[in-house]
Design a binder for this molecule. Structure first.
Ligand code: HEM
Length: 255
């Protein structure tokens, strides 16, 4: 067996910029305002950064889902935990936008209309893959049949909530028993709590997002046609894993 020598630096064409396609990446921020408003770059970069993280989250969730299907409890938890850590930093990131004065946003907001967060396919994929499947959101992708197809596949495909419940059945476990006696079912308990944390941080993201939105546009209508803040507030209590939240009401102090 031959061992491979580490490549000497500079021995190939591959460098930081080639590998990461940095020049390509830096070409992708194209303001709509003309002349470009100073703050539009912030607005574009923050959305693109979120979309990149969403891509990674989907990648990690797909692995977690496969591992849940294979009853590999701790291995699945490893990936869910990573998603939680990503979300932990995605929540405070939204506040960078509060450095944008409402009056500055108005200088280019009209140019974005009718583009809207409603059209973030990856955000919807993420919800669908977790198990929060609301078909009504497909309506916002009418002009993008390729995205409708992706989302329809996610709707019809496996999701973490259903697969988790299937795994519990195969293992002969009730959620209540796991939460009543966490130490007896430690691995499943850890996975369950990571899924709860996922819900927690997604919910926190929604809450922080709506607060930022209120601060910047008040109660104006959204560019996607919703009522804006009132609609967004109505989403903050959504849960991907309701069974894992409901169990809290069923526990007793008896061991
Ligand atoms: C100035 C900053 C922002 C404003 C004023 C804003 C405003 C809004 C409004 C009003 C909605 C409701 C839908 C509509 O009618 O358009 C919405 C939805 C949404 N926004 Fe934002 N947003 C901002 C920043 C962001 C950022 C940085 C992201 C990151 C990806 C984001 C992602 C989303 C998503 C995913 C939705 C759909 C939420 C759902 O339906 O549950 N938004 N936004």
């Amino acid at each position: 067996m031959t061992t491979q020598e580490p490549r000497a630096y500079g021995s190939t064409e591959l460098d930081y910029n080639t590998y990461l396609k940095v020049p390509d990446l830096l070409q992708l921020q194209l303001p709509q305002s003309d002349p470009a408003h100073h703050d539009e770059l912030l607005f574009i970069v923050i959305h693109q950064a979120y979309e990149l993280w969403f891509k990674l989250i989907l990648h990690e969730m797909e692995s977690a889902l496969e591992l849940v299907r294979a009853d590999e409890v701790l291995k699945a938890q490893h990936f869910v935990k990573r998603v939680v850590e990503i979300f932990r930093i995605l929540v405070p990131q939204i506040h960078i936008l509060e450095t944008m004065r409402p009056v500055d946003f108005l200088q280019f907001r009209d140019r974005l209309n009718p583009a809207s967060g409603f059209q973030s396919a990856q955000f919807r994929e993420l919800e669908f893959l977790a198990g929060l499947k609301e078909e009504r959101y497909l309506a916002f992708f009418k002009n993008r049949p390729e995205l409708v197809e992706i989302l329809q596949k996610r709707l019809a495909g496996p999701d973490l909530r259903t697969e988790f419940l299937g795994m519990m059945k195969r293992l002969g476990l009730e959620i209540r028993a796991v939460y009543q006696h966490p130490e007896k079912h430690l691995e499943v308990y850890l996975l369950s709590e990571s899924l709860v944390e996922f819900d927690q941080y997604l919910g926190l993201w929604r809450e922080h997002h709506v607060r930022v939105v209120e601060r910047i546009i008040g109660f104006k209508q959204g560019t996607g046609g919703s009522s804006g803040v009132n609609y967004l507030r109505s989403t903050t209590s959504k849960k991907c894993f309701p069974e894992l939240w409901d169990v809290r009401c069923e526990l007793s102090k008896e061991s």
